[in-house]
Design a protein around this ligand. Structure first.
Ligand SMILES: C[S@@+](CC[C@H](N)C(=O)[O-])C[C@H]1O[C@@H](n2cnc3c(N)ncnc32)[C@H](O)[C@@H]1O
Length: 337
């Protein structure tokens, strides 16, 4: 379709576009086209184009617009994306259904919409989910469970089933902070490894990694993820209780990741048993904001004394967990006396 537009030399394009936008005559429905050094910028009303510009008409392609859930709903819904799964945290069933339908109808590349149906619970730290909506394309991905997805984080990919394992994309920055500290040839034990979001990037940095989890399904995914990310040769996945696995790795670790924040204090003696001559501990905790680091430091000092000197290298707030409760990480160096 012939569209009114302004023709300008390519070098004047951005300045012209801004002038037309300021004058309120930029045509939003069509794309700008470049042809032999000239740009054709669509305008909504040629009569209102400021003086000094050459107006003409030309065939321009319509602008491709992406329809978002907000376009369909008339409000911005609160949602989280994990690969091709959308996660809601809605108590109101009608609102949850409306959002889910809008997500599926929108142009977002989404396969299923889930609502949180319980808190994270039990030793395996998994929650219940309600399946709100699912796209019924008969594509190659259709055999996957609606709770299974591939999440990408800092250049790695993780296949996981939310219904069977713990996973939080909100910890991506924190995991990256820890992983960046790892040196090639370190010996790392991830004591609560899940599907491998610490362990696999650690192996990518050249570390030898032992990844332990009580959840057998998580370890199956971790094994698959190690393969997907090309680090199977540097990871030893072990399904089991770290307190029992520790007997085989006494004094082995240069670095320990302890991401089980509600009960990490119960595993500090195991951590000390795993520590080598010098070992950095990444100790996750959830504490009241009046003293978020004190209890963890006290627990570590008590368990490490007298064998190790304890140096607290970082006191880091990861995120707010609940009113007056913080999820924190202590980076602590243990040096054998
Ligand atoms: C909070 S999740 C962290 C998972 C992973 N590090 C991540 O960031 O996604 C804690 C994990 O510890 C595992 N776990 C709980 N008790 C354990 C134990 N005694 N030994 C080994 N793993 C355990 C759970 O199954 C769960 O996968």
């Amino acid at each position: 379709m012939e569209v009114p537009c302004v023709a300008v030399a390519r070098t004047d394009g951005e300045q012209t576009r801004q002038t037309l936008a300021k004058a309120g005559v930029l045509g939003d429905d069509y794309q700008i086209v470049h042809d032999e050094g000239t740009l054709y910028i669509p305008v909504s009303d040629p009569a209102s184009v400021p003086d000094g510009f050459e107006t003409t008409t030309r065939e321009l392609p319509p602008r491709q617009t992406i329809q978002t859930p907000a376009d369909l709903l008339g409000f911005e819904p609160s949602l989280e994306r994990l690969g091709d799964v959308v996660i809601l945290d809605e108590d109101d069933n009608d609102r949850a259904t409306a959002i889910a339908e809008a997500v599926i109808e929108s142009d977002l590349p989404v396969r299923s919409v889930l609502n949180r149906a319980s808190k994270i619970k039990g030793e395996l730290r998994v929650r219940d989910w309600e399946l709100l909506a699912e796209r019924d394309d008969a594509d190659a991905e259709a055999d996957r469970k609606p709770t299974e997805t591939v999440h990408r984080e800092y250049g790695h990919e993780f296949l996981l089933d939310l219904d069977a394992v713990y996973f939080s994309p909100r910890l991506a920055t924190e995991r990256h902070r820890v992983v960046e500290q790892i040196q090639p040839d370190e010996q790392v034990i991830d004591m609560f490894a899940g599907v491998g979001p610490f362990a696999i990037p650690a192996a990518s940095r050249g570390a030898a990694v032992v990844a332990v989890d009580l959840n057998e399904t998580a370890i199956e995914y971790l094994r698959e993820n190690a393969h997907r990310n090309g680090v199977s040769d540097r990871i030893t996945p072990i399904a089991g209780d770290i307190r029992e696995v520790a007997a085989d790795y006494h004094g082995w670790a240069d670095r320990l990741v302890m991401n089980l924040p509600h009960s990490a204090n119960e595993f500090v003696e195991t951590a000390v048993d795993l520590a080598g001559e010098e070992c950095v501990l990444h100790y996750y905790d959830i504490q009241h904001d009046s003293d978020p680091f004190g209890p963890g430091i006290e627990t570590i000092r008590t368990a490490a004394d007298p064998a190790y000197e304890v140096t607290v290298e970082t006191e880091h707030v990861v995120r707010s967990y609940a009113p007056h409760e913080l999820n924190v990480c202590l980076d602590v160096r243990l040096t054998r006396r």
